[in-house]
Design a protein around this ligand. Structure first.
Ligand code: TYC
Length: 102
């Protein structure tokens, strides 16, 4: 929209803002005790990765300390984090999964 302001020639643009929801990075954190194979299974089960992708991401976390495993809308990200944390708890692994606004 062009909104003419008063009787001078100043014109301001009003953006047609279609608002997208904020997205959230879901991250996996490294630790010294969670077995590599468990992390690989978690990535396959909850993030729909194939085996090769899962191994690659797991090794990135292992070497760098953390990695983004996916970016989702808030509710989805929350569910992924809860699923990973519950699976880690059930299996008595200290694996940590967190989310952060992009
Ligand atoms: N560092 C763990 C080990 O050596 C493996 C591991 C990878 C743990 C990724 C957590 O998010 C993680 N067994």
């Amino acid at each position: 929209d062009d909104d003419a302001e008063g009787d001078t020639s100043v014109v301001t643009k009003t953006k047609p803002k279609t608002k997208r929801p904020p997205m959230y990075k879901v991250m996996l954190l490294n630790d010294d005790y969670t077995p590599m194979e468990f992390v690989v299974l978690v990535l396959e089960k909850f993030f729909g990765m194939n085996h090769a992708q899962s191994v690659e991401i797991m090794l990135t976390v292992h070497k760098k300390g953390l990695a983004v495993v996916g970016v989702f809308a808030f509710e989805i990200a929350e569910t992924k984090v809860a699923q990973v944390m519950e699976s880690a708890r059930r299996n008595q692994h200290p694996l940590q999964c967190t989310m952060e606004k992009e």
